[in-house]
Design a protein around this ligand. Sequence first.
Ligand SMILES: Nc1ncnc2c1ncn2[C@@H]1O[C@H](COP(=O)(O)OP(=O)(O)OP(=O)(O)O)[C@@H](O)[C@H]1O
Length: 254
Amino acid sequence: MNLVRSETRPKSLLYLDGVSVSFDGFKALNSLSFVVEPGELRAIIGPNGAGKTTMMDIITGKTRPDTGQVVFEDLIDLTKKDEADIAQLGIGRKFQKPTVFESHTVWDNLELALNRKRGVFATLFYRLTAEDRDRIEEILATIRLSHRRDELAASLSHGQKQWLEIGMLLAQEPKLLLVDEPVAGMTDAETAETAILLKEIAKSRSVVVVEHDMGFIRDLGVKVTCLAEGSVLAEGSIDFVSNDPKVIENYLGR
Ligand SMILES: Nc1ncnc2c1ncn2[C@@H]1O[C@H](COP(=O)(O)OP(=O)(O)OP(=O)(O)O)[C@@H](O)[C@H]1O
């Protein structure tokens, strides 16, 4: 049994191998390669224009690479899939700005997200099961919003809206969650809490988080990849990466 399981478990959840893409002759990604392990939380840093957003666009199928491989769970070639297929495979993306339904309650936002997984037709006739309620309760606890469940999303702080949107993505049960600059505009307390929250989330799925906030990255305490000019400049612990002269020259020292 264990043997079968270890044979079928993906060795990498996602890898990019030699991915390049140009826009009007400008190489936004230049032979980018990196691997995300199952259950890994990875931080991505790098200067403006390094290609962090483009990398997320490639993974989610919004942009096609000119060359290179993007492989999910060892076998699935994501460059052949469209955005909807890739979301369906279990890759969720959180953009920088929160996009919650402001005029709905926190609970309803999560219920809508849970139903979205089922498709429009099912949603029309669907009633929440006890299991669904438990899942929503669980997500509310994860995103620190149990006590705000009946309030309108509009009444939440910016940081809480970010957490609610993360919760809405969790309702889709992604295997990989991509999170773009979650702590921009958050208070210090919210930023610190977000590091704890993402570490909890990464216990049951992989998370890739792009951030410029180095205090937050340090709090995460995970492997860091620094991108510059469309490829990996350095990778390793935060101490290793932040002491790398190339990283200091291209990013931290600027
Ligand atoms: N659709 C596009 N068309 C033309 N140029 C693009 C496009 N998308 C990205 N670029 C360019 O590619 C480069 C990489 O941009 P990208 O947004 O991926 O960087 P980034 O690391 O996310 O930067 P930031 O930290 O500012 O968000 C930039 O020079 C950008 O102007």
